[in-house]
Design a protein around this ligand. Structure first.
Ligand code: SF4
Length: 451
C-alpha cells in the first residue's frame, strides 16, 4: 500500500490523539518523535493526514468506548489513511480491534518503540507481531522525547507497569509488571529538557513508588530507588523544581520525607492515592494499607514540611460500600484535611474482580456520595488556600489569563496552588516572587508582585 500524499509539498503526514493519563501523553510525544525522524510532518488530528495514531486508554468501560470513537473519527476524516490503535486499549482488546475495519494496525504496549517498523511492514503487506504478552517480565521500553506541548512543566516517564492488582483496576493486565527506566536515560532526558529552558520536571509512571524494584535484573544496584533518583536530579544545574506524580502511601517513611525536605528543588506536593478511608472497603479493593497507616504517613509529611499539599483520589460506590462505610470515609477525609481531592464514581471494569462483586451500588447512590465529597473537597481546598494569604510565594508563570478585563500572569507555586499576578508584560516561564493577597475563586489566588 502506498501512503497517500495529501500536501502540496508531498510530505507524508501523521496526526496523533492521546486518551488517558500523563504516561500516555508522554508516550505519544515519544511516538511523534519516531514519526518525525522518519520524515513525517505532524498535523492536527482534525486535519487530513496519511496516518492517524490514537494512543488509547482502557481504565474504564467508558475509556474503551471513547478509544473506539476516536479511531472511527480518524477513519471518517480520511478514508484512505492508515489508522493505528496503540496503547492500553489496543493491548487489552487487541484481537477484537483487529476485526474492526476502521482500524488498520493494532500496536500493544511495549511495542510502541517499533511502530515505524510495524507501519512499514504493513505498507509492504507483511505482518509483524504487534501485540505481545505483557504478563511476562519485560524490559523497560525506551521512548525518548525532545520537547513537550506544555511550555513550562516537563513530564518524564521513569517507570511502567504495576504489580499491585487492586481489585478494580485493569492496568496490571494492560501494562504488565513493573519495569524501571535506567537512570542514565532519565538524566540525559532531564538535562536536555533543562537546557531547553524547562524549570520544572514531574516524574511520572504507572506505579511510581515501585521505581527501581526491578533493578537487580539490569545491573544497577538493587537498592537504588525513587529517592536516589530524585537526589540525583536535584543536583542538575538550571532545574528549579521536581514534582512527583501519584505515590503509594507505603513509600512515605521518616527517612524518605526527611531526605526530601533537605533537597533544593523538591516540591512539597504529595499525591497519595487513598481511594477509601474505610478499612473494610480498602481490603475489598486490595489496597495494601489501612486508614490508620495512611494517616501516619500524612503526619510524617507534616512533620517535615510546613503546610504541604496532600492531594488524593477517592472512589465512591465501591461494591458493598454501606452508608456506614461511606461515613467512615467522609470522616477520615475531614481528619486528613486534603488540599485537593479527585472523586470518582466506581465504574465496573470488565475483566477485574470488582466488576464481578455482588452488592454493586446503585448509580443514584454513587452520584449522591460523589456530590457530597466534591463539596467537601471544595471546602477543604478553600481552607487550604486561606493558609497562604499574606505569604511570600514563588510563582512559575505558565500562561496569561484575562480576568475582568485585566491581564494576569498565572501559574503554580511549589505546593501546586494556582496563583495570578497582574502584568501586561508576558512573563511565561519566569519565576516571580509574589505576596498572596486573596482567594479569587476555588481555582485561583490573586497576588502582588514583589519584584
Ligand atoms: S496501584 Fe492499583 S490502581 Fe494503581 S495502577 Fe496498580 S493496580 Fe491499578
Amino acid at each position: 500500500m502506498e501512503i497517500q500524499k495529501n500536501r502540496d509539498d508531498n510530505a507524508k503526514t501523521a496526526a496523533f490523539l492521546t486518551l488517558g493519563c500523563k504516561v500516555n501523553s508522554y508516550e505519544t510525544e515519544g511516538i511523534k518523535k519516531l514519526f518525525e525522524e522518519d520524515g513525517f510532518q505532524v498535523v492536527e488530528f482534525h486535519e487530513r493526514a496519511d496516518v492517524y495514531v490514537v494512543n488509547t486508554c482502557t481504565v474504564t468501560n467508558i475509556a474503551d468506548r471513547k478509544s473506539r470513537q476516536m479511531l472511527h473519527k480518524a477513519r471518517k476524516i480520511n478514508d484512505n489513511a492508515i489508522v493505528i490503535a496503540v496503547g492500553c486499549y489496543a493491548q487489552a482488546a487487541g484481537e477484537q480491534l483487529k476485526e474492526d475495519e476502521a482500524i488498520d494496525i493494532v500496536v500493544g504496549n511495549n511495542r510502541k518503540k517499533d511502530i515505524i517498523k510495524i507501519l512499514k511492514a504493513y505498507i509492504d503487506d507483511n505482518t509483524i507481531d504487534s501485540i505481545i504478552d505483557v504478563s511476562k517480565p519485560l524490559e523497560y521500553e525506551e521512548l525518548e522525547i525532545l520537547d513537550i506541548s506544555e511550555k513550562t512543566r516537563a513530564y518524564i516517564k521513569i517507570q511502567d507497569g504495576c504489580n499491585q492488582f487492586c481489585s478494580y483496576c485493569i492496568i496490571p493486565y494492560a501494562r504488565g509488571r513493573v519495569r524501571s527506566r535506567g537512570t542514565e536515560s532519565i538524566m540525559k532526558e532531564a538535562k536536555n529538557l533543562v537546557e531547553k529552558g524547562y524549570k520544572e520536571i514531574v516524574l511520572t509512571g504507572i506505579h511510581l513508588s515501585s521505581y527501581g524494584i526491578d533493578f537487580d535484573n539490569i545491573n544497577i544496584s538493587d537498592n537504588y530507588h525513587l529517592l536516589d533518583l530524585i537526589k540525583e536530579l536535584d543536583s542538575l544545574k538550571g532545574l528549579e523544581r521536581i514534582r512527583l506524580g501519584s505515590l503509594e502511601p507505603r513509600i512515605v517513611t521518616e527517612s524518605f520525607v526527611k531526605e526530601l525536605a533537605d533537597l533544593r528543588t523538591f516540591c512539597p506536593h504529595f499525591h497519595l492515592s487513598l481511594q477509601s478511608g474505610c478499612d473494610s472497603t480498602l481490603e475489598r479493593m486490595n489496597r495494601k494499607y489501612t486508614s490508620g497507616e495512611y494517616y501516619e504517613k500524612c503526619c510524617l509529611i507534616r512533620k517535615y514540611f510546613k503546610n504541604p499539599a496532600i492531594t488524593t483520589d477517592v472512589i465512591v460506590g465501591f461494591p458493598g460500600e454501606t452508608e456506614e462505610e461511606f461515613k467512615d470515609t467522609t470522616e477520615f477525609l475531614q481528619k486528613v484535611a486534603f488540599s485537593k481531592m479527585h472523586i470518582f464514581k466506581f465504574s465496573p471494569r470488565k475483566g477485574t474482580k470488582a466488576a464481578l462483586m455482588a452488592e454493586q451500588v446503585r448509580e443514584d447512590k454513587k452520584a449522591e456520595r460523589s456530590n457530597a465529597l466534591i463539596s467537601l473537597g471544595e471546602k477543604m481546598a478553600e481552607e487550604y488556600q486561606k493558609l497562604f494569604i499574606g505569604n511570600k510565594e514563588k510563582l512559575l508563570v505558565e500562561e496569561e489569563v484575562v480576568i475582568d478585563g485585566i491581564k494576569y500572569q498565572v501559574g503554580h507555586n511549589e505546593r501546586y496552588l494556582k496563583l495570578a499576578v497582574k502584568s501586561e508584560e508576558s512573563l511565561i516561564n519566569s519565576i516571580l516572587l509574589v505576596t498572596v493577597k486573596e482567594v479569587l475563586n476555588k481555582e485561583i489566588m490573586i497576588c502582588e508582585s514583589m519584584d
